[in-house]
Design a protein around this ligand. Structure first.
Ligand SMILES: *Cc1c(COP(=O)(O)O)cnc(C)c1O
Length: 465
């Protein structure tokens, strides 16, 4: 067959895609009818599609392109590494330079005594590792009963059977026999949608105390760990009330359960610190990382564990690993990405300069008639859409408004994602103030257009004209 190129006509690219490519989290037939948007190249915060549109990427790919697109240093690092040692495994008592350097670098960056790294190729794989790791940890500690992992509804921890079970996405659980046994979900700290009867502080405490209730119901001697994202990302950028994490930390300590903090999105600068755990003063026993670790230039993830966890696990042969655990090219690219993040002061700039600017500009959308709540920390934010700001009413058909708004964003050359009726952003950390202005202008224009369409279609409780 003749391969197509980025310069092939869009219709041909779309037809071949529809004929053979099954997309993740997509209604395939619906997409085939419409045709996928074909992204052909990217630079900085900007994508180009096969029709020549320039699109501002408000999502950093999929929450991951922290240093922006087009950094030739990462391509050079991959090229050098492929020539020197394109692959070797880290099983069977061998190692290689990129893996040992990256493990040491992560130990240096991660807070506290998170000093040991188990590599994977994605966040899903790293969370699968974590599930087996915490259960093995308690077996080795002579408490084999401790096997239950507590998580939260609407959490996202990946899409494999293990990580998807850890996650709390009901739509995922409905397909393919999930969740697997031994995983228990508690409610999320989503104040705006679920906590209107209390102050955010009281509600944050209440939702954290759900962990204690669950531990007592299950039996503390049966609980291995609690897993959570510092800020829920794919769940809609749900920023917990300030009271939430200190209470979770207290409860985890009280019952001696391991705390797995899923930093796949929050890690590597997204919240204005290297890790979300620093933003919320959390002390994880295990941290999951992926996405921003390589800025998405290579697939790589990892579990970073404390001295204590490592010591226990190292007492046994942990029968677990992936062919590509510590893949040399992925490690070399991740190291180069971390060098750039550090040497260019990108995380500091998010904390001190562009993060506060984005916050101010993004929060200005709060006056829009469709917007009920604006939440933003560092470079991750969300808008809750509602037909009634006062009562916080949900839309009669959840997800409709979000979808319409996302379509308007697309048409206005802005990538913004929707999670039901929350609009979310997570731009590259290198976004400039000018680009932030563009993002917010396009978001407002899209909200205006969405509002008109929602009114016309009768979704605002107003009869169509
Ligand atoms: C994306 C994500 C994952 C899964 O990572 P993959 O690389 O897609 O497997 C896990 N946890 C969180 C918080 C994520 O956002």
């Amino acid at each position: 067959m003749t391969l197509l190129t980025p310069n092939s006509p869009t219709a041909e690219l779309q037809a071949l895609d529809a004929a053979h490519h099954l997309h993740p989290f997509t209604h395939g037939a619906g997409l085939a009818e419409k045709g996928a948007r074909v992204v052909t190249r990217a630079e900085g915060c900007w994508l180009t599609d096969s029709d020549g549109n320039r699109i501002l990427d408000g999502m950093a790919g999929l929450w991951c392109v922290n240093i922006g697109y087009g950094r030739s240093e990462l391509a050079d690092a991959a090229h050098r590494q492929m020539l020197e040692l394109p692959f070797y495994n880290t099983f069977f008592q061998t190692t290689h330079v990129p893996a040992l350097n990256l493990a040491a670098k992560l130990a240096e960056l991660a807070p506290g005594d998170l000093n040991h790294v188990f590599f994977a190729s994605s966040g899903s794989e790293a969370n699968d590792t974590n599930l087996r790791l915490v259960r093995t940890y308690w077996q080795e500690k002579g408490q084999p009963e401790r096997q239950v992992v507590i998580s939260r509804w609407n959490a996202y921890h990946g899409s494999s059977v293990g990580s998807g079970s850890l996650g709390g996405m009901k739509g995922m659980h409905a397909q393919g026999g999930m969740p697997i046994p031994g995983i228990h979900h508690i409610d999320q700290p989503n104040w705006w949608s679920e906590g209107g009867y209390a102050t955010p502080e009281a509600f944050g405490l209440e939702r954290a105390q759900a962990l204690e209730t669950a531990i007592l119901e299950i039996g503390p001697e049966k609980v291995a760990a609690f897993i959570a994202e510092p800020i829920q990302g794919a769940g809609g950028v749900i920023v917990p009330p300030e009271t939430y994490w200190p209470e979770i930390q207290r409860i985890a300590k009280k019952y001696g359960i391991l705390l797995i903090v899923d930093e796949v999105i929050c890690g590597f600068g997204r919240t204005g610190n290297w890790f979300g755990s620093q933003t919320y003063d959390i002390q994880p026993d295990i941290m999951t990382v992926a996405k921003g670790l390589s800025s998405g230039y290579q697939p790589i993830g990892a579990s970073i564990v404390t001295d204590d966890v490592a010591k226990v696990i190292e007492n046994t042969e942990f029968n677990h690993g992936y062919t590509y655990s510590g893949h040399p090219v992925a490690c070399a690219v991740a190291l180069e990405n971390l060098r750039i993040l550090e040497e260019e002061g990108i995380v500091d700039r998010v904390r001190d300069e562009t993060g506060p600017y984005l916050k101010e500009r993004f929060e200005s959308l709060a006056d829009h008639p469709l917007v009920g709540e604006v939440k933003i920390v560092g470079m991750m934010g969300s808008l809750a859409l509602t037909p009634d700001k006062v009562t916080r009413a949900p839309f009669a058909e959840p997800g409709t408004a979000g979808l319409i708004c996302r379509e308007r964003c697309f048409a206005n050359n802005l990538i913004m994602r929707h999670v039901y009726d929350r609009m979310v952003i997570s731009p590259p950390l290198v976004i400039s103030k000018d680009e932030i202005d563009t993002l917010v202008e396009r978001a407002r224009k899209s909200l205006d257009e969405a509002l008109e369409q929602l009114k016309a279609e009768g979704h605002m409780g107003v009869p169509a004209e």
